[in-house]
Design a protein around this ligand. Structure first.
Ligand code: ZN
Length: 210
């Protein structure tokens, strides 16, 4: 298997996939969660990485989309300051943190880790990465209709704050990905759905669901 992502013409081997939960107030509210006081961090497995244009839904499970800005870490670092954080970013992309919501709710109710609800094969969808920051509004269309829309301004913890916090707890490695949280509008995917991920007026990644 190939666990590289493309960033600014380079191939970078992915080392860890970190995700930040409840990072937009409206999304925390839609799942009846409080706003966290510090970033909630969880992981997806490396075999979850999906750089293709296809999502294969696992059998008999309802899978929901979570549209997110994803950053690729370009150099190793620990105890990174908020001011320096952006210098550790190799590229910005969009991704889908695909989630078995029902299973996640069961695990949550039993105070168990979410890993198995978040890490099935192909569940960490990412576009290619570009060095320019994603400032404009980003969106997910399902069959031509906007399902999720986000703006970095609505984040509870900025991308720099996430990098600073995470790197105090765990050293970051070149090739780490951080899924930076989903805006509201999460919902189920069905076989045959056609997805577009985009920024402003541009679609940057297309996906067929089967
Ligand atoms: Zn997520």
């Amino acid at each position: 298997m190939n666990y590289d992502v493309k960033s600014d013409g380079e191939s970078v081997l992915v080392r860890n996939i970190y995700c930040v939960g409840r990072n937009y107030k409206a999304h925390a509210a839609e799942l009846n969660n409080d706003i966290p006081k510090s970033p909630i961090v969880f992981q997806k497995s490396i075999p979850a990485l999906n750089t293709s244009e296809e999502v294969v839904l696992p059998k008999d499970r309802e899978i929901q989309h979570e549209l997110e800005i994803v950053v690729l870490i370009g150099k190793d670092g620990e105890n990174i300051s908020i001011d320096d954080a952006s210098t550790f970013i190799h590229g910005y992309g969009l991704g889908l943190d695909l989630t078995d919501r029902k299973y996640q709710m069961e695990l949550k109710a039993n105070k168990l880790p979410w890993l198995l609800a978040k890490s099935f094969k192909g569940s960490a969808v990412v576009s290619s990465f570009k060095p320019n920051e994603i400032m404009e509004d980003f969106w997910l269309k399902v069959n031509g209709n906007i399902r999720q829309k986000g703006s970095r301004n609505d984040m509870v913890f900025s991308i720099s704050a996430q990098i600073a916090y995470l790197s105090e707890m765990i050293p970051l490695i070149r090739g780490d990905l951080i899924f930076t949280g989903t805006p509201s509008g999460v919902g189920p995917l069905s076989q045959g759905d056609q997805l577009e991920l985009g920024i402003g007026d541009h679609s940057i990644h297309s996906i067929s669901v089967s």
